[in-house]
Design a protein around this ligand. Structure first.
Ligand code: ADP
Length: 501
């Protein structure tokens, strides 16, 4: 069974962070609601507390006027006692619901009964008056006791209420503090998580980009497992690779421009004297008599041979340096290779097989002569590599370059040199031989001018250099895949123009 690997993404993480913050916002709303309800509750309790205090004050007043009445027997004091007792009754009636809510119902009933009894005793006391001093004394003691009880109960009620308010306030404060602490922790946690998962890799990339802008072309190691970061890192590394390649190309074209100017001058200067030497040699050869020593003839032959070689080099240099106008025309790739193979027929040993596999309709819009020159050089090298027996395979196919395929060259560790761009339609050409292959230390230098591993007189080291120049002229690119013992394959990628479709 295939195990699917879930790859995280920055978007997911940021969405997760957002969800976290939304949850916190929701908690804050809930907390505010809770605070509002608690405050309303406390407000209500304070209001009840005020009522109880009023009740307590009224009972104290009753007792004050009761004492006065006992001392001075003033009718006004008795009236006041009755008035405050009625007030107590009325307070108990009007706030019955609030008091019941506070679980004070039994006390209320007791107070109610006690106040009623108190009033009855007071009325009896007034009636007994001075006429019955013994009975009045007894009643006074009873009144004092009942009054004391009522005060004690209302005082207790006030205390209970105060305790209740304090407990509610304590609970409220604790809940609020714990909630604030938890919310702060959650916010800090989400912030830390986002910074770890999102900001850190971005900061790492920022540092790398800064290093690149200051001139260091180092590849970045992928700093996180997020899809976006991975693809940015890959794109960034591709960009660095491209930058490196362009830097090299720029350096190369700068070098080549000055080399070309110098070569053109040198070639012009050399051409004339070489022609003269050659001409003189040929005249001398014709004029040498039969009796001349053999050695002289041999030397003259050598002079002629070497001069011819020098002329060949100069011709190649002149050809390269000349600013020839490019003539573009529709060229059939199959026909082009047929022509080149035919041209090299004389140099192809009987043991070497050249196999071509090119679709008939495939065409390029190019300068036929220049392309022929490039493929001739490549096939000539392949023939020289295969020796007396072997095989050379030539293939071609259409290809649309994608972001991945435009940079990747076929074969191990091989890279395209030149100017291939993604998005273009192109023709991929492969020239593969069964020769000995190219050693790793030789491989990086094969496109350099005058680099050759062949014997003096056989190689000039300009073949691949010219191939590269021609391919680049067509905005194409070339790569080589070779290893000793495995043969060599050159891959050429040339863009298709509208006319070459
Ligand atoms: P030249 O053929 O004159 O040496 P080139 O520029 O054509 O110059 O080639 C440079 C070198 O690249 C050759 O000397 C050879 O070592 C190597 N080379 C090129 N093509 C092949 C091939 N098909 N197989 C093996 N080596 C090759």
């Amino acid at each position: 069974m295939r195990v699917m690997k879930l790859q995280s993404s920055l978007r997911q993480k940021i969405t997760l962070g957002y969800l976290g913050y939304y949850a916190i916002a929701l908690l804050i709303v809930a907390l505010s609601l809770f605070t509002y309800i608690e405050l309303r509750l406390i407000e209500q309790k304070i209001r009840v507390g005020e009522r109880i205090t009023e009740l307590f004050d009224a009972t104290l007043e009753i007792r004050r006027f009761e004492k006065n009445y006992f001392l001075y027997r003033q009718a006004a004091d008795f009236r006041e006692v009755n008035r405050y007792a009625a007030k107590v009754d009325e307070l108990l009636e009007s706030s019955a619901a609030d008091f019941t809510g506070l679980a004070l119902a039994p006390q209320i009933l007791t107070v109610k009964n006690e106040v009623r009894a108190y009033r009855a005793l007071m009325a009896e006391y007034v009636r007994a008056g001075i006429a019955e001093p013994r009975r009045a004394e007894l009643l006074e003691a009873q009144i004092r006791k009942v009054g004391k009880d009522v005060v004690a109960i209302t005082e207790g009620m006030a205390g209970t209420e105060q305790r209740l308010i304090r407990a509610t306030l304590d609970r409220f404060r604790a809940t609020l503090l714990i909630s604030i602490a938890l919310l702060s922790l959650a916010m800090m946690g989400i912030g830390w998580m986002l910074s770890r998962m999102v900001v850190r890799p971005l900061r790492h990339m920022d540092r790398c980009v800064e290093a690149v802008s200051s001139g260091r072309l180092d590849r970045i190691a992928v700093p996180s497992g997020d899809r976006e970061i991975i693809s940015i890192t890959h794109a960034f590394n591709r960009m660095i690779g491209e930058l490196e390649l362009r830097q090299k190309r720029l350096l190369r074209s700068e070098k080549l421009a000055s080399l070309g100017t110098m070569l053109a001058g040198v070639a012009h200067e050399l051409n004339n004297p070489l022609s003269n030497i050659s001409l003189s040699c040929q005249i001398m050869l014709e004029e040498v008599g039969e009796n001349e020593p053999e050695r002289k003839k041999e030397l003259l032959d050598q002079i002629d041979e070497q001069t011819e070689r020098a002329r060949k080099i100069v011709r190649a240099l002149l050809d390269f340096a000349r600013d020839r106008p490019v003539k573009r025309e529709k060229v059939s790739v199959a026909a082009l290779f047929d022509e080149v193979v035919l041209f090299l027929k004389g140099e192809t040993p009987p043991g070497v097989r050249i196999v071509t596999d090119i679709p008939a309709g495939l065409a390029l819009y190019a300068d036929r002569q220049r392309l022929e020159q490039a493929f001739l050089n490549l096939i000539k090298n392949a023939l020289e590599a295969t020796g007396s027996s072997g095989e050379i395979r030539i293939g071609a196919a259409r290809h649309r370059l994608t972001a991945e395929s435009f940079a990747a060259a076929p074969g191990r560790d091989s890279r395209f040199l030149g100017k291939c761009y993604p998005g273009a339609a192109a023709v991929d050409i492969e020239i593969r031989d069964s020769g000995p292959g190219i050693p790793a230390d030789v491989l990086p230098r094969i496109f350099d001018p005058f680099f050759t591993t062949k014997d003096v007189g056989r190689g000039m080291g300009l073949g691949l250099f010219i191939v590269y120049e021609i391919i680049e002229e067509y905005n194409g690119c070339i790569s080589v895949d070779s290893e000793p013992g495995r043969g060599t394959a050159f891959h050429i990628r040339l863009p298709l123009d509208a006319a070459g479709q």
